[in-house]
Ligand binder design. Structure first.
Ligand code: ZN
Length: 175
């Protein structure tokens, strides 16, 4: 079983900007391990700490290129260029995805779990993951990256799903 439950749309923790990590220590490395395990189990290619209810600026990722899972602490996107349209989903908005245009290339800085400075140039899928995860750390979900029409449709779908869920829970409560 995954060490953490993934928080889903509607949970206020997903709307709250995370705070900078001030100490890279054993507890943080343990948290990163648990986040990777949770991400692999989901399965996903990235996971930011607010998605497990922790307000620290860090995320984990593995785009399945055989290089393994990585952690970035206090990530910042310092450069971006180009545009790339890609069908994007989110573990916190399960079962839905949309074509979203974001930067094709980004440069990300931050720290690894040994306290070494990172400076990574990424394109396409990796660049997408970096933008998606840093959005999470700023309290932003991919729904806010949709155009007006897509967003209206998405919110309607999510609202109907909420109603379905509470009806279901109501029935369970009466049983
Ligand atoms: Zn997400």
């Amino acid at each position: 079983m995954a060490p953490y439950d993934i928080r889903v749309y509607g949970d206020p923790v997903l709307r709250t900007p995370a705070e900078d990590v001030t100490n890279i220590d054993a507890a943080l490395r343990r948290l990163a391990e648990d986040m990777l395990e949770t991400m692999y189990e989901a399965p996903g290619v990235g996971l930011a700490s607010p998605q497990i209810g922790v307000q620290k600026r860090m995320f984990v990722y593995d785009i399945n290129d055989g290089k393994g899972g990585f952690t970035v602490v206090n990530p910042r996107i310092v450069e971006r260029s180009g545009e790339w349209d890609y069908e994007e989903g989110c573990l916190s908005v399960p079962g839905l995805s949309w074509p979203i245009i974001r930067s094709a290339r980004v440069r990300l800085t931050g720290w690894d779990l040994d306290g070494r400075e990172l400076d990574i140039e990424a394109d396409e899928l990796l660049a997408r993951v970096f933008q998606h995860e840093t959005d999470h750390l700023d309290g932003m979900l991919l729904i806010e990256r949709l155009d007006k029409g897509q967003r209206r449709q998405a919110l309607r779908t999510l609202r109907n799903r909420d109603i379905g869920l509470s009806l279901h829970q109501g029935r369970a409560g009466r049983a």
